[in-house]
Design a protein around this ligand. Structure first.
Ligand code: TEU
Ligand code: CA
Length: 544
């Protein structure tokens, strides 16, 4: 599949559209909104997990990989969705959570019952109740090992205690997972997203980490490339669109994961650019976004992946990240300008853009003020941890309002009707009050809306080989306010300037007026005409 001219749209089914009034989005709700997605112009839909699950981590705790959770619908609904999307030229990508299963999975239940074959599907270490095998931390807080008294052993869980890590060293595990891919491939999906797939290969010996939380021992682990090659080869997914979610990864590894010659994956998500507002690298410690750090990371990753023949998935938002307009933009004074600037910044880069539902409307953070409004397991765990660390309730709630994953999981804002038109019942998460103005109906009739701008960005990618294939080189490297880059292809050039400040900012290397004198003309922007300086959150792309 040509991945360079595609745009992927991520759907969090639980929050997309509810057709039966139970307050939870469902699969028929996605089918019902295909015309909307067609109008936007996206090519593929990545659906986060809708498989049978106790939903402790909203479906990332899978209890049966090949069955549909009745909350979301039926297998027939899946077939209908795939078939109907195809008639609109839209493909589906399903989410494969292969680092761990739910502790409700039949494999884990057999392991718990002491069946040695199934115990070997997971990672166990001997121990006593008071001494976990290592000091590694779970990504959701607390120690990463859980003691099972009946077995006298601990199992590893890098995420929630109900998400047990699979033992990829066991060939039977790898065969089981290949069968899952084959099952969904036969249903006619066109791609897969692999959850935290660079964490699947654990070390041979488990030891304490005296420098960190343990991640250096299992991130991009010793056999990960081998395992991915085998999975891809044996399931024949090398011709499909595949993307791996890479936690705390390196450029060098991402080149290997995504260079077509390696036959591992089509592209990768990396997250370094989404930690520029983590103080000391800690998610729960707030700081203002460090735009200089952001620029450097973009330059390293964009230029580095191009040099090594790798391919990035480019994105700001997903179901784990706060809304970008609230985060790196200004959702109060410049909501439209900053949402458009952020969109263009990513969409004109080298890589395949991913849009997370509602991003194309400029949807904001949830604006919750009460702990009872939160549902996410990570948020609830960290609320307690923050209080235990001595933070006041107000401080802890403020941190959650900025960092919680629920910020992105609020219902899709379809209209100004009750519950943003998402459900006729009670929504599982409350939408922020701004759905009155930020919603698909309002943005359809506004020619200047964020939606119309995203639509244009998608169309430009399809029309312009330079956006799909151009080389990339970063400009304005010393300018702490502006992210700027030049694309080049077949004698043509494209320059993109993005102002990340709520103020006028001059360029360092040129003025925009001088550029027009040199024959550059405007391709797209979020303000009328051109000024000498960049205006607040202005983006302008010039071509020559
Ligand atoms: O996320 C992996 C991951 O490490 C995160 O983005 C995580 O949510 C964040 O670091 C916590 O601070 C993936 C899924 O996208 C996420 O929804 C799942 O909870 C997680 O894997 C476990 O399957
Ligand atoms: Ca429903």
């Amino acid at each position: 599949m040509n991945i360079q001219n595609k745009v992927v749209y991520q759907i969090y089914p639980k929050s997309f559209y509810d057709t039966n009034g139970d307050g939870l989005g469902d699969l028929p709700g996605i089918t019902a909104k295909l015309d909307y997605l067609k109008e936007l112009g996206v090519d593929l839909l990545w659906l986060t997990p809708f498989f049978v699950s106790p939903q402790n981590d909203n479906g990332y705790d899978v209890a049966d990989y090949c069955a549909v959770d009745p909350r979301f619908g039926t297998m027939e609904d899946v077939d209908t969705l795939i078939r109907t999307a195809k008639t609109r030229g839209i493909g589906l990508m399903f989410d494969m959570v292969f680092n761990h299963t739910s502790t409700e999975h039949a494999w884990f239940k057999r392991a718990l019952a002491g069946d040695p074959d199934y115990m070997d599907y997971y990672i166990w270490r001997d121990g006593t109740p008071d001494a976990p095998p290592t000091n590694w931390e779970s990504k959701f807080g607390g120690n990463a090992w859980e003691y099972v008294p009946a077995l006298g052993k601990y199992y590893l869980h890098l995420f929630d205690v109900t998400q047990a890590d699979l033992n990829w060293e066991n060939p039977r595990v790898r065969e089981e997972l290949k069968n899952v891919i084959r099952f969904w491939k036969a249903k006619g999906v066109e791609g897969f997203r692999f959850d935290v797939v660079n964490l699947i290969s654990k070390p041979e010996v488990f030891e304490d980490d005296h420098e960190g939380d343990g991640r250096r021992f299992y991130t991009d682990g010793r056999h990960v490339h081998e395992f991915l090659k085998e999975l891809t080869r044996d399931t024949g997914i090398d011709t499909m669109m595949t993307v791996g979610e890479m936690s705390s990864t390196s450029l060098e590894n991402c080149i290997r994961y995504s260079n077509p010659a390696e036959k591992e994956l089509s592209m990768v998500f990396s997250f370094h650019h989404l930690k520029i507002d983590y103080k000391g690298g800690v998610k729960w410690a707030l700081q203002k976004p460090d735009i200089m750090a952001l620029k450097k990371l973009f330059a390293v990753w964009q230029e580095g992946m191009a040099a090594g023949g790798g391919w990035n998935a480019v994105f700001w938002c997903n179901h784990d990240q706060p809304r970008v307009v609230s985060r790196f933009g200004d959702d109060e004074r410049y909501p439209k300008e900053s949402a458009k600037m952020l969109g263009a910044c990513i969409h004109l880069m080298r890589g395949t853009p991913y849009i997370y539902q509602g991003e194309e409307l400029g949807m904001t953070n949830a604006q919750y003020t009460d702990i009872a409004q939160y549902k996410d397991v990570e948020s609830l765990n960290y609320y307690k941890i923050l209080l235990n660390e001595g933070k006041s309730k107000e401080e802890a709630l403020h941190i959650l309002s900025v960092r919680s994953r629920d910020n992105s999981r609020t219902p899709m804002q379809w209209s100004a009707a009750a519950n943003a038109g998402f459900t006729s019942g009670t929504p599982w998460l409350t939408p922020p009050a701004n759905f009155n103005t930020i919603n698909t109906e309002a943005e359809f009739v506004d020619a200047d809306s964020v939606f119309r701008f995203y639509q244009k960005l998608i169309r430009l990618r399809k029309e312009q080989p330079i956006i799909q294939k151009g080389d990339i080189f970063f400009l304005e490297r010393e300018n702490a306010s502006v992210v700027a880059y030049e694309r080049a292809y077949a004698g043509r050039k494209l320059r993109v300037y993005c102002n990340f400040r709520a103020a006028n900012v001059p360029l360092m290397e040129d003025s925009l007026a001088a550029l027009t004198d040199e024959g550059w003309s405007k391709l797209i922007g979020n303000y009328d005409g051109l000024a000498v300086d960049l205006r607040p959150y202005e983006v302008v792309a010039l071509e020559k």
